[in-house]
Design a protein around this ligand. Sequence first.
Ligand SMILES: C[S@@+](CC[C@H](N)C(=O)[O-])C[C@H]1O[C@@H](n2cnc3c(N)ncnc32)[C@H](O)[C@@H]1O
Length: 496
Amino acid sequence: MTAWSQGYIAESPYTFSYQAGLAPTQLQAVCALMGVKWQIRPDLVMVDIGCGRGLTVNTLAAANPGWTVVGLDYNPSHIAEAASIAERCRIPNAVFVEADLSTMTDEEIDRLPPIDVATLHGVWTWVGDPVREGIMRLLSRRLKPGGLVYAGYNALPGFGSDAALQRLFRHAAALHQGGTNAKVEAATDLARRLLETTPAYLPRTPLLDAMVKDDDRLNPSYLAHELLTEHWRPVFFEDIAKAFGAAKLDFVGSVTLSENIPDTLFTPAQRAIYETTPPGAMRELLKDLCVPRPFRRDVFVRGMVRTDADAALDDIVLAATMEPGQEPPKVKVNVGEAEMGEAMWTPMAAALRQGPCRLGDLRGLAPGKPPNPGELIMMLTGAGHAQPVQRPSGPTEQTAALNRLLAKEYVAEGRGGSQLCMASPVAGSGIACTWLELAVAVQPESEGREMPDTVALARRILGPLNEEAAEEASGVIQRMLIERRPVWRRFGIIGD
Ligand SMILES: C[S@@+](CC[C@H](N)C(=O)[O-])C[C@H]1O[C@@H](n2cnc3c(N)ncnc32)[C@H](O)[C@@H]1O
């Protein structure tokens, strides 16, 4: 532990991850679904509180040159890395500030511009009271009336099942003399061995299950930041909502659209209880009791103004992230699967392949009665067939530079479970991708319409390969170019 870290982990960097839920286009969709008036301004100001290594900030700033996107974190190595990426990719509207939220003075806070969107992903339930108080001071002083706050946090009761694991993990790590990764390894090993003895109170939660299975997504820096902090404490929704009241924030809804649609969450008997419960904290508690979601991603607004949800949803523009010939959307929800019929999907897929479409226009294409707009956007975005977008525009210097830099320097991180993305000027955000997709998309040959020499591409990306391995990799890249290139073009990631 470093002298200044106040119980949080600072000696090893956090994972390099893009968080799609923070994108204002997604927040706008949540507001529309919940009938809350909110629109993205062309000069939007966003502050990501506890921004980590800044991939989300750099991506959103590169994709929206008119915005100011500020990343704030107390770890100087996070800020130095993020600021260096912004500088090298010439993203002047990504601003990184090294600041400890617990000690930021009012004068320092007031130097920030008035904020339209504040985000905190993975911060609130890992830090002590002085840091939480600092967050609230910042929100109270700088969030504009009508501004939004996104909070992603460990929720009770779901994450409570990991309380024993977290305590055990911290003790086991403290006993080990090595660096953070070695501590995490020793603690993981102990947790696995203890679990084999079927102890009375160490439940095999999804997190412990992933440790047992050595899941690739659980890299050591994620586990260190998730479990080794002194202040790890999941909260009930009601408690965070109460704390946020200090900045006059009201709950809007979940960033996961399906979590706002009771039909997808409850069995009929649970639904009957839900329906007789007044809107508010108890309804959210019922969701947290019935739906397995240990991590909540909530949106709050400072000053709720109501609007017509259907009209607001109809105005949302979606672009297709799906590939040619993809099956109709099928979304896994808590009570099964929501599926779109072929007859409804076919005309919508054809329209989306031509370019971005308003949700209202897509609804008009359905045979018979137009579908409910909330359910339709949930289906189209929930299964990864489409994504809300900002504006039709081609590649920009900044997005292209960021994508090239990520491909050159960060592809290796994507192999260890970090969430990479490609910055898209059309989406005004990032689109999730694998490390190989990123590496292929930035090759100059991917721009054209011809199929390039994929054996040569495979060797350039993967290094020396024998004949057989080169053929195999070439096949994978060919399929990727056929399937993904239209999507990269649609999103302005590559030119025509
Ligand atoms: C779990 S990480 C999440 C990072 C980022 N939001 C993401 O999702 O990739 C929590 C972040 O909070 C930062 N943090 C912890 N305590 C802080 C404090 N007192 N002031 C500012 N940042 C802090 C850490 O340095 C770390 O980057």
